[in-house]
Design a binder for this molecule. Structure first.
Ligand SMILES: Nc1ncnc2c1ncn2[C@@H]1O[C@H](COP(=O)(O)OP(=O)(O)OP(=O)(O)O)[C@@H](O)[C@H]1O
Ligand SMILES: [Mg+2]
Length: 290
């Protein structure tokens, strides 16, 4: 195992902080979720955070493809007991690990008790490697997306300037609140032409949620439309590495600084066992204690 970045997470803290688990989601496809997850991950790495990037999407432009990786093992093999999570992890950069996609069509709640325990064990075994876990979800609002949303401490809802993006984001927030009890969401406007249009998207969504839902919607900022990001995607490179001085790279760095200031859960609620228990449903707790 390579030398890992040092972290000051335990220095001067009365209680150790847990891992910050963040879902990057949005409802609509093609709004920029995977690029946000990857480039936010790289920007957090620059801040000396150790990052896990979970590819929870088997869509066309998933993380493997965007980064030009050819993983041999995936989260699915881990769940099936065919390999350990450590074996499936790819240390793509020092301190940045990718967990390749699992078949995202089935709800995690359908796992057998043995598979659930295996998954908890698997995540616990890598917990010490990470400060932040970023989950790149699939599009849509099916259970396999909402399971990851429920399990996360923070939810970044990515929207772009298309009417269906706002309605899909609204549906996702409504379901995550109504069926999964989530009440805090962060909106990130993607592919916008200026800061003002980014904020306007947030205001529109907030008007709707304020009227009908008892939730907290906070603005996480915007990522500008950037031709260089498109070029990076076509070269199967991450924007932060391909064009580190581009407008979108600066925006990802700014986003990482904000994210880094978000309250981290305490270790009691922020360890990966808690994450997996939320992911696979409450019955796990009983199974583990039994
Ligand atoms: N900031 C941006 N500026 C310009 N183009 C962008 C930007 N962000 C994303 N794109 C374009 O949108 C495409 C889709 O982005 P991405 O794959 O990140 O979206 P997604 O929401 O993950 O899609 P899916 O729902 O299919 O997983 C990219 O290939 C890129 O061409
Ligand atoms: Mg994607």
């Amino acid at each position: 195992m390579k030398q890992l970045h040092k972290t000051n997470q335990f220095i001067g803290q009365a209680e150790p902080e847990g891992i910050q688990v963040i879902a990057v989601t949005g409802g609509k496809g093609g709004v920029g979720k995977s690029n946000v997850a990857i480039n936010l991950g790289l920007a957090l790495l620059k801040l000396h955070r150790r990052v896990g990037l979970v590819d929870a999407d088997l869509g066309l432009a998933n993380i493997d493809i965007l980064l030009g990786l050819s993983p041999e093992k995936s989260l699915e093999d881990v769940i099936g007991g065919h390999c350990s999570l450590t074996e499936a992890l790819i240390e793509w950069r020092e301190g940045l690990y990718v967990v390749p996609a699992s078949s995202g069509n089935q709800s995690m709640v359908n796992l057998s008790p043995l598979q659930r325990q295996g998954l908890i064990h698997a995540f616990n075994s890598v917990a010490k490697l990470l400060d932040v876990l970023l989950i790149d979800t699939a599009s849509g609002i099916e259970n396999h997306v909402l399971d990851f949303v429920r399990a996360s401490n923070e939810i970044i809802v990515v929207v772009c300037n298309e009417p269906s993006s706002l309605t899909d984001a609204y549906s996702l927030i409504k379901l995550a609140h109504r069926d999964y009890g989530k009440h805090r969401f962060r909106v990130l406007s993607s592919m916008v032409d200026c800061a003002q249009s980014g904020r306007e998207l947030y205001e529109k969504l907030r008007n709707a949620t304020d009227q009908f839902l008892d939730i907290q919607l906070q603005y996480a900022g915007h990522i500008p439309f950037d031709e260089q990001l498109r070029r990076a995607v076509s070269k199967r490179q991450a924007l932060m590495l391909h064009a580190p001085r581009s407008p979108s790279a600066k925006a990802f760095s700014g986003l990482a600084e904000k994210v880094d200031r978000w309250p981290r859960p305490s270790a009691a609620n922020g360890n990966l066992q808690f994450f997996v228990e939320q992911l696979v449903g409450n019955t796990t707790q009983q199974n583990v204690k039994a």
